[in-house]
Design a binder for this molecule. Structure first.
Ligand SMILES: Nc1nc2c(ncn2[C@@H]2O[C@H](COP(=O)(O)OP(=O)(O)O)[C@@H](O)[C@H]2O)c(=O)[nH]1
Ligand SMILES: [Mg+2]
Length: 421
């Protein structure tokens, strides 16, 4: 225990209490909803809690706390708190922060000794936070504190999430090398490939400077890895209205960045973990089952139309009608069942017709892909020489096209339309 820490211990009781360290939550990374009050309404004790994760930031923390307090005292007097979550930094950042509490009573400090890592630090901080709106900002002054005012006003206007972005108007990076810009954009592109529905929702998914409504993430079990806490919030939260505010990422004046190659590995693992968690497995199984039912519809119509003992029409004409019947069958089941939760929010026969047309078109493209893939596998990739090669190749082609069909339909036909503005 350091001398200055011991000094706080001999202060009068009331002060000792206010300057003592916050307890460190353990267990699952879940943020609790606000407790209901006597009249059943939920009212938070505070408007805003801003978490500042730190590791080796003793030189930056006093200036940051000074600037943040000045700003927030002007817009939210007595309605905010600052929470420093330090991972037991060897430079004793936690202790420096603690020594500021007397001057800045809105400040609270947590010193973690068991767990480490930026993302979990942020969530642990939010777990002890009392605010209705939760936020995060870096401790190194690379995130300009004054941007907070713009972020706050977006939340005031109703946004669930307000993100400070380097890639919208007014945003940028100060003196980044070409390599650093390339790595940053590369990481974003990778994210778009692995997790398009999450990463694609904001222009700067790597941002570590944002505010989110507590209710949008309360009760969700978070499982982040590494640095990119925003991706976790977007992926697991219940967020419909997002606003972005431009800011210029400042150069670090004191201390060092903790980013190493390890963060890139963690980032990829984090994306894959979220991908797995969000993969709509149950929906895909329903989609496949519906596809299977279509085979029977197709067969039945082909028989009825083309069989000499039934109508005896030409084979091509019969097949086209049979295939269309299967498509309509699949569409109806998918609309009611597979994607029922989405289509029930998009009622009306016009919208349904539009979905049917898109579905038809995607099936047609799927059919072409199916033929191409079968040919590729059979004629060029050696399946012709395997026993039952034709059927194995066909199975692979069907499986691949089913996944393709499912994905494109999810993105286009039964897309969840969001209000962004
Ligand atoms: N609590 C905690 N904070 C961290 C950790 N790693 C980085 N930080 C803090 O997170 C913020 C961003 O980290 P930094 O290294 O500056 O990342 P960069 O700006 O992307 O280079 C800073 O406030 C760091 O002190 C960690 O393991 N635990
Ligand atoms: Mg930094």
């Amino acid at each position: 225990m350091s001398p200055s820490y011991q000094r706080t211990k001999i202060r009068p009781m009331s002060i000792t209490q206010t300057t003592s360290l916050l307890p460190v939550p353990s267990g699952p990374l879940v943020i609790s909803p606000l407790p209901p009050t006597a009249n059943g309404l939920q009212k938070s004790p505070l408007g805003f809690s801003l978490v500042i994760p730190t590791y080796q930031e003793s030189q930056n923390i006093p200036e940051l706390i000074r600037q943040l307090s000045l700003l927030l005292d002007s817009i939210l007097p007595d309605d905010y708190e600052l929470i420093v979550v330090d991972d037991n930094s060897p430079d004793r950042t936690w202790e420096v922060a603690q020594s500021l509490i007397l001057e800045y009573p809105k400040l609270r400090v947590m010193r973690r000794q068991q767990e480490r890592g930026l993302s979990t630090a942020v969530i642990r901080g939010w777990q002890v936070a009392r605010g209705e709106v939760l936020g995060v900002i870096d401790a190194d002054l690379q995130h300009p504190p004054e941007t907070l005012l713009k972020l706050w006003s977006e939340i005031q206007r109703g946004a669930d999430l307000a993100v400070a972005s380097r890639h919208v108007e007014g945003g940028g990076v100060s003196e980044w090398s070409l390599l650093r810009r390339f790595l940053s954009r590369g990481a974003q592109t990778l994210g778009l490939v692995i997790l398009p529905e999450v990463v694609g929702r904001v222009s700067d998914p790597m941002s570590g400077f944002f505010l989110v409504r507590r209710e949008a993430i309360a009760g969700k079990v978070m499982n982040p890895l590494g640095y990119k806490i925003l991706i976790e919030v977007l992926g697991r939260g219940n967020i419909s209205w997002i606003k972005e505010v431009g800011y210029v990422f400042q150069e670090r004046l004191e201390g060092k960045s903790k980013v190493t190659w390890r963060q890139y590995i963690d980032y990829i693992l984090h994306l894959l973990r979220l991908r797995f968690a969000l993969w709509p497995v149950a929906r895909f199984l329903r989609f496949s089952l519906v596809g299977f039912s279509g085979v029977f519809v197709d067969m039945a119509f082909l028989y009825l139309l083309s069989d000499p003992s039934a109508l005896g029409w030409g084979l091509t004409r019969s097949k086209i009608i049979a295939a269309e019947m299967a498509i309509i069958n699949n569409f109806l089941w998918n609309d009611l069942w597979t994607f029922g939760d989405i289509s029930s929010h998009q009622r009306g026969w016009r919208k349904r017709l539009k979905r049917l047309l898109k579905f038809n078109l995607i099936c047609l493209v799927g059919l072409i892909l199916n033929v191409l893939l079968l040919n590729l596998l059979f004629n060029f990739l050696g399946f012709a020489h395997l026993p039952y090669g034709r059927y194995i190749a066909n199975l692979i082609a069907i499986a691949a096209v089913t996944i393709w069909n499912f994905w494109i339909n999810l993105k286009l036909s039964w897309r969840v339309t969001e209000v962004n503005d």
